[in-house]
Design a protein around this ligand. Sequence first.
Ligand code: ATP
Length: 468
Amino acid sequence: MSNKKDNTVLEKIVSLCKRRGFVYPSSEIYGGLAAIYDYGHYGTLLKNNIRDSWWKSMIQMRDDVVGLDSAIFMHPTTWVASGHVGGFNDPQIDCKVCKNRFRADHLLKSYGIEADKATLEEINNHLNELRAKKKLKCPNCGSTNLTDAKIFSLMVKSNIGSPTDELKEENVVYLRPETCGGIYLEYKNTVDSLHKKLPFGIAQVGKAFRNEIVARQFIFRTREFEQMEMQYFLRPSMMKEKYEMWKEIRWNWYLANGIPADKIKWYKHDKLAHYASEAYDILYDFKALGGFDEVEGIHARGNWDLTQHAKFSGVDLNYIDEITGDKFIPHIMETSAGLNRMLLMFLDCAYSEEAVKDETRIVMKFPKHLAPIKIAIFPLLRNKPELVKKAKELYLELAKNYMCEFDDNGNIGKRYRRQDEIGTPFCVTVDFDTLEDGQVTVRDRDTMEQTRVKISELENFFQDKFSK
Ligand code: ATP
């Protein structure tokens, strides 16, 4: 990531999220809990809409992918078999002066050294070279007094089911660090119960937990987060074709959700995990974070995951081809996206400031289908019962098909400003003329144009607007 980070954009988004009820720091009345966030009314609606768009494209519109909702807690051996207990670590480095903590691979990246997947020894060698040249400095306070890098496990532990209060190693049950573990363990049940034939995918959305060393980029990197993952099971001979197919499908999903093509790009991993044959990430150009960073990974994982789980569980996870009689462990390619990170991407992309007369209008230009509130309905004046009654009736009618909001707070200008900051595509105002001519004023978020529409025509009007 480049260093020209625009803190002001990040601050503005963080402040809007809190002010308008998208995202709050968790446990704030107790001083907060680092890198954990809560989602308010609009944040939850936006997150659900992103999730639904993913689910529709990945499951509803495909007959080769099925859904799953597996548990967060899984048998502890799962994470031994997957290699997470032994090796899901990040290298940590501390500043002895300001006590700030960093990821050593990220620190090296700021010196142009790629150390993703490097061993601890390699990382310390790079750090020592920089030290010898007197270049190694704390990014926070500039001190040269930094520790060596050491290994920090990202696994989050619990004592669920343990009879003791103690978190003894033998009692530990981990909170899953990724959702795909649940998919591998339900591969056999899915084949047995749904009779899926290769190639097919299993997809799920759910929480994952990682004890991230540094988590300072708002909801980009948190310790509790949600993933949207799909594991596609196939014959190794199909990998190349299906890998290209899924790369295209995932790329097009971003475009269909309003992300401009020049705001995303591919990053090809040169250093691969030992079992992987190909790995690409989709990077988004975050204004708030100063450049491109990962939102999704698309990886060809070979048959390593199922082979490991077969070995550690003793259960046969072979696939038997009914026609040819072939017996083999399927290979897997995965698409793995962070839901909260995508939410930040959509906030970042939607955030705009426009000069309107002498004022600055902040408007969240979400694509209509992702906007948390689709239509806001106002009575012109809150103290006129006949206007309030008509507006309430209209609200209840429109709410049957759209997520709506009734608002009678403050003057109309203030209500428009509030809805712009929430990203509501349309506002409908009931005024005195409405009572005479049965028409309302519909105001468009993006053009700010106002049109009079007959109440009897509203359903068709919005059907047309929201189908575009
Ligand atoms: P990084 O190298 O940035 O730590 P990763 O490459 O280990 O991340 P994956 O394990 O591939 O990430 O996870 C897949 C997706 O899950 C990521 O692309 C990201 O969108 C999301 N994700 C991973 N870790 C976090 C986190 N701590 N907070 C929020 N989202 C995350």
